[in-house]
Design a protein around this ligand. Structure first.
Ligand code: PMP
Length: 391
């Protein structure tokens, strides 16, 4: 007999990861992980924490020095009017932050408007909280942004929140200040919460990153989530944070945080302190290198498979979300989903990892995601393989 959890989806990215293990010398453009290593400031702080035996229980919401540094960062860099460190809590990565937000905010049947296509754990976390994700298309011809009238039309009496993710995964679309202002106005007029996923705040190549909670009157109804994963190349260390003004909501989130983690790994929190107290130069270095890799990948893609894949280079994040030429004919016996057919073809024939667009939502069908945060050798290897495949 099925139980509730059976209805919670599991990302196809996991299925692809398993497929990739059977490939010899694979090009892992499927994973959304950077090839950089954590800065020395992080590693040294963790080493010191180990030597100083910082291996005991900590405060539930985070070690005070880290929360203090985060409150300061959120005020200065994000222009969010954070009152104090008690408005911030650290989490086991951004994915845990999102789970906590959904558990704390949603009652069964509450609707959350989500971008389509979107990073799969967004929909998964909403469903796990017995909420109902309501997809709203992102449009390629708008630079993977919303049609804001269409977004407004998705609001119903059951809408509890709108989730935004800018820069976005998988599309790399960056919402403009005007977009976020209009969405904020909608939230205020219709008494809706805004969940702002800012995992890629530091990976903007063109345009600006705007934190929704920095707009006038929005900190009251915005829950913002961030992560050290991309900014400081700490994906496996698992450190994220959530900031919200509403004390009742924070009490609810704190309960979920406590029951799912008790506290976030001590040594990792000290690594976070090292990241924030140390030089911020690695953030710009990572971004500059990612921009160079983006340009390298798109130039190579046009040369190797310009007749198969099309799309503009994204303004943020580190994914190429490209359209598959509708005239491409999949090999016999391929899955009926075109993006799955292309994924299986590239993995089995070219050793090239990628993710089918449909895994990010129905509106992503016909597209493919490649991660260009891999090192240059891996990117050029994948392009070479692709060129041979489509010659
Ligand atoms: N939000 C988005 C949109 C993401 O793509 C990711 C990572 N892939 C995260 C949040 C969370 O990352 P982490 O759990 O590693 O902090």
């Amino acid at each position: 007999m099925g139980v509730f959890l059976d209805s919670v989806p599991f990302s196809g990215i996991i299925r692809i990861r398993d497929m990739m293990y059977s490939v010899k010398d694979p090009f892992r453009l499927d994973q959304g992980d950077v090839s950089f290593d954590s800065p020395d400031t992080v590693k040294n702080a963790m080493r010191l924490a180990i030597d100083e035996n910082r291996s005991h229980y900590l405060q539930t919401t985070g070690v005070p020095r880290l929360l203090e540094l985060l409150a300061e960062k959120l005020r200065e860099k994000n222009a969010i009017p954070v009152g104090g460190p008690d408005e911030v809590m650290v989490t086991t990565g951004g994915i845990h932050g999102l789970y906590i937000i959904c558990q704390a905010l949603l009652e069964p049947g509450d609707e959350v408007i989500v971008p389509d296509p979107e990073w799969p754990p967004c929909v998964g976390s909403i469903i796990a909280a017995k909420g109902v994700p309501v997809p709203c298309p992102l449009h390629e011809q708008l630079g993977w942004r919303f049609d804001l009238a269409e977004l407004a039309s998705k609001i119903t009496a059951k809408t509890r929140a709108i989730y935004i993710n800018s820069p976005g995964n998988p599309t790399g679309g960056v919402l403009t200040r005007e977009d976020i202002q209009t969405i904020s106005d909608l939230c205020r007029e219709r008494d809706i919460w805004l969940i702002s996923d800012e995992a890629y705040e530091d990976v903007v190549f063109e345009g600006e990153h705007v934190s929704a909670a920095s707009l006038a009157g929005m900190y009251d109804r915005t829950i913002s989530l961030f992560t050290f994963s991309k900014s400081y190349a700490m994906t496996g260390l698992r450190l994220g944070y959530v900031v919200a003004k509403d004390a009742v909501l924070r009490d609810r989130m704190k309960k979920v945080l406590f029951y799912t983690a008790s506290n976030i790994a001590s040594v990792v929190q000290f690594g976070g302190i090292g990241a924030l107290e140390g030089s911020q130069a690695p953030i710009a270095e990572f971004r500059d290198e990612l921009k160079a890799r983006r340009d390298l990948f798109y130039a190579g893609l046009r040369e190797a498979a310009g007749h198969i894949f099309t799309g503009e280079a994204p303004h943020g994040a580190f994914y190429a979300f490209v359209r598959i030429n509708p005239e491409w004919v999949p090999p016999a016996g391929s899955p009926t989903s075109r993006s799955w057919a292309m994924t299986e073809f590239l993995i089995s024939q070219g050793r090239i990892g990628c993710v089918p667009g449909v895994d990010f939502g129905a509106n992503g069908e016909g597209y493919l995601r490649f991660c260009f945060a891999r090192d240059r050798k891996e990117l050029t290897g994948a392009l070479k393989s692709m060129k041979a495949l489509f010659a």
